[in-house]
Structures are given as structure tokens and as C-alpha cells.
Design a protein around this ligand. Structure first.
Ligand SMILES: O=C(O)[C@H](O)[C@@H](O)[C@H](O)[C@H](O)COP(=O)(O)O
Length: 250
């Protein structure tokens, strides 16, 4: 399906639209199957998700039905300043009544390979016991929503331009040992898992993202050696949330 490209004059307007989009999807998913599975990336995403913590959403959303997963994680303890879990907890999860048992961080104190395998097995188990939906096309977990940022180089999750992990076809999770964005050791969803989702929102704010947005969405969008973000093509819907900085080169 063609992506929906939402352009906003200001980051404030993008944040307001993102909060409504998340809230609507939460209500729709809970009505359809009793839960809302949400995958979070890291970094600046939590600036733009801030309005979900404000009225009316903070009290209208049924937080008890949310299930939280992590798109990528740095291989550090969960209370380390570099941890995506810690960032999500500090900026978002600690402020809403999502039951702790509904939050699925990657395991600490394992090697990167062990932690990636363990997370993949845990996701498979959650599909088997019907906690997570399953894609009828790929057989992968089918998340209700993946909320992802994009790096200035067009990376998503920890899938980077010149790294082989972006071509993974089988595994749901993989390891990156030399991330150009520090820290270097990471665990990440692969494209087969990302693209099995019902909805992916790409939240891209600021003019340092404008070049990659131009490559991905511009009139002469490159198809030669696509940026990782250009490989985001979910079974369901893809929605871009962009501010005027990010679209300044379109
Ligand atoms: O581990 C991380 O850093 C993130 O999960 C990563 O994939 C992030 O979404 C992009 O790097 C964009 O980050 P910014 O929004 O800060 O540019």
C-alpha cells in the first residue's frame, strides 16, 4: 500500500497528530482483539510522543491493554544511560499505567547473540500463545504499531546503510557489532519482522533529516541502493510524520 505522508509546519503539529493517531489505533486494536502491541525505537522519538501523556489521551487510553516491545536495543544494562529501555521508561513508560508484565525489554547480562536469540524466541512464544498476532503472509509476529525514528543517514532501528543486517531474510532479530551511531553493539528487529506489522509510523523531525527524506520521498527518489528507511514496507500501513525541517529539501 502507498505510504501516507503527513507533512506539518511545526513539530508541535506533528506531535499533536501523532498522539491522535496512536490513540485511535489503540482503541481500534483493543476493540478488534483485546490488546495493543506497540514497538518503540529510541532517541528523539520520545520528544514527539509527548502529547500522548497529556489530556485527553492520558486518561482516555486503556493503558492496561498495551504490550510494549523494543525495536532495537544497545547491549548495555537496562539501567545504563545508553539503554533504549531506560530512555523509554524515563520518558514514557514510567508515566502511564501499563502493567509491568506487559513490558518486554530485551534481557540484560547476556551476550548480544544470546540476547537477540532470546528475544526472538520470546516473541515466537508470544505468537504461539496468541498474545501477539501472526502475519498470515510471513508467519512473523504482527505488531499493531511500530513507532520508529530515522537517522540522518536514513537508518531505521539499528539497520544501517552499508551493513549486511539490512538484508536479513529469515531471522526476526539480529546483532550489530559496529553501529556507526554509538554505542556500537546493538540488537535489532530485522526487516522481515518490521514489515510484518499492521502499522509503522516513521517519525522524522528536524532539518538534519532533510537529505535522507529527499532521497526516500523526493521526486527523484533513489531506487539504486535504497536507504534502509526505503525498505520499510509493511503489510499494513506506513505513515510518515514529518515537520517542515524534515521536508525542507522536498
Ligand atoms: O538506538 C537508537 O538510537 C534508535 O532506536 C534509532 O534507531 C533511532 O530511531 C534513530 O537513530 C533515529 O534517532 P534520532 O531520532 O535521535 O535521530
Amino acid at each position: 500500500m502507498a505510504p501516507k505522508i503527513l507533512r506539518f509546519q511545526t513539530e508541535e503539529a506533528a506531535a499533536a497528530a501523532l498522539a491522535k493517531y496512536i490513540s485511535d489505533l489503540s482503541a481500534k486494536s483493543i476493540a478488534a482483539h483485546g490488546s495493543f502491541s506497540v514497538v518503540l525505537s529510541g532517541s528523539s522519538l520520545f520528544d514527539t510522543t509527548r502529547k500522548i501523556l497529556e489530556p485527553p489521551y492520558i486518561s482516555s487510553i486503556d493503558w492496561s491493554k498495551w504490550l510494549i516491545f523494543f525495536l532495537d536495543e544497545r547491549v548495555v544494562p537496562l539501567d545504563h544511560p545508553d539503554s533504549n529501555y531506560k530512555l523509554a521508561y524515563d520518558r514514557f513508560l514510567s508515566k502511564v499505567p501499563i502493567p509491568k508484565s506487559n513490558i518486554f525489554p530485551m534481557k540484560e547480562n547476556l551476550s548480544a547473540e544470546e540476547a537477540a536469540d532470546e528475544y526472538e524466541q520470546r516473541l515466537k512464544q508470544l505468537v504461539t500463545n496468541n498474545t501477539l498476532n501472526k502475519s498470515p503472509i510471513t508467519g512473523s509476529a504482527k505488531f499493531d504499531l511500530i513507532l520508529s525514528g530515522m537517522g540522518p543517514d536514513g537508518h531505521v532501528a539499528s539497520l544501517f546503510c552499508w551493513h549486511f543486517q539490512r538484508f536479513e531474510k529469515q531471522k526476526w532479530m539480529t546483532v550489530v557489532t559496529n553501529s556507526p551511531k554509538p554505542p556500537p553493539l546493538r540488537i535489532t528487529f530485522t526487516f522481515p519482522l518490521i514489515n510484518s506489522a499492521s502499522e509503522v509510523a516513521l517519525v522524522v523531525i528536524g532539518d538534519e533529516k532533510a537529505d535522507a527524506v529527499k532521497v526516500a520521498l523526493g521526486e527523484h527518489a533513489s531506487h539504486g541502493y535504497p536507504l534502509p528507511v526505503q525498505k520499510v514496507s509493511p503489510e499494513g500501513n506506513l505513515t510518515w510524520f514529518l515537520d517542515s525541517g524534515a521536508t525542507s529539501r522536498l
